[in-house]
Design a protein around this ligand. Structure first.
Ligand SMILES: [Fe+2]
Length: 229
């Protein structure tokens, strides 16, 4: 994407960063949980609770993003670019994500329950963390493959056939159902400086104000989950 394209056609920057954010966070969490599973990190009740919230919100975000593609973007493509793209495999990928999200949620619930029962540094915690690490690794691999394919197949079709009005309606639908308190600070975290400058330029001062308001809470949450900071 370049500045010229963003002025004249659908601006895919927000979507691209959203994709990157889902992939990067899933990867980061899978690595983190491997360290919990091997006993390199011990989670107390508070950190396990924060982890559960973070993983649940991530799963909500992944589910919502793909549901909006099925329900809003795909119909736009069917209308604007009929015959140009076959969405069946991508839709199958979306369906395949659901059981993995369910397993991820169940595994993080289980980890919190085990830690809360007092087994913070014990074998049961390491087993529960291993289950969660495996679910997150599976989710990471599905997202990597699916998103790369989607960006390769769908993005050029959006650029070529979808109107700016239709594209903006898709983005509004995605934003409406999303947990902005969780999503916006993560976009800020994973966007490159020039991308962030473009986002704040196109979204106006409200985005800058929201980022400033949400940043401290998110950083605290992130430090609790991932350590450091
Ligand atoms: Fe998708």
């Amino acid at each position: 994407m370049d500045a010229t394209e963003s002025e004249t056609g659908p601006n895919l920057l927000g979507f691209r960063i959203n994709h990157r954010t889902m992939r990067a966070d899933t990867r980061r969490l899978a690595d983190l949980l491997n360290r919990v599973a091997t006993g390199q990190i011990t989670y107390d009740r508070r950190r396990a609770g924060a982890l559960r919230t973070y993983v649940s919100l991530l799963c909500d975000g992944v589910h919502h993003h793909h549901r909006m593609e099925d329900e809003v973007l795909w119909p736009v493509l069917a209308r604007s670019a009929s015959g140009e793209i076959d969405l069946r495999e991508l839709s199958d990928d979306h369906a395949a994500l659901e059981p993995v999200l369910t397993e991820t949620r169940a595994a993080v619930d289980d980890l919190l329950a085990v830690v809360t029962s007092g087994d913070e540094a014990g074998e049961r915690t390491r087993v529960a963390a291993g289950r969660l690490a495996a679910a997150l690794a599976h989710l990471r691999d599905l997202l990597d493959e699916h998103i790369e394919e989607e960006e390769r197949l769908v993005f050029p079709v959006i650029r070529r056939y979808v109107s700016v009005e239709d594209w903006n309606a898709v983005e509004r639908a995605v934003r409406r159902g999303g947990a902005l308190r969780f999503e916006l600070p993560r976009i800020e975290r994973y966007a490159e400086p020039d991308e962030l400058a473009e986002l704040t330029r196109t979204a106006g001062p409200v985005l800058r104000l929201m980022l400033a308001a949400l940043r401290p809470g998110f950083r605290r949450r992130e430090a609790l989950v991932f350590g450091g900071g």
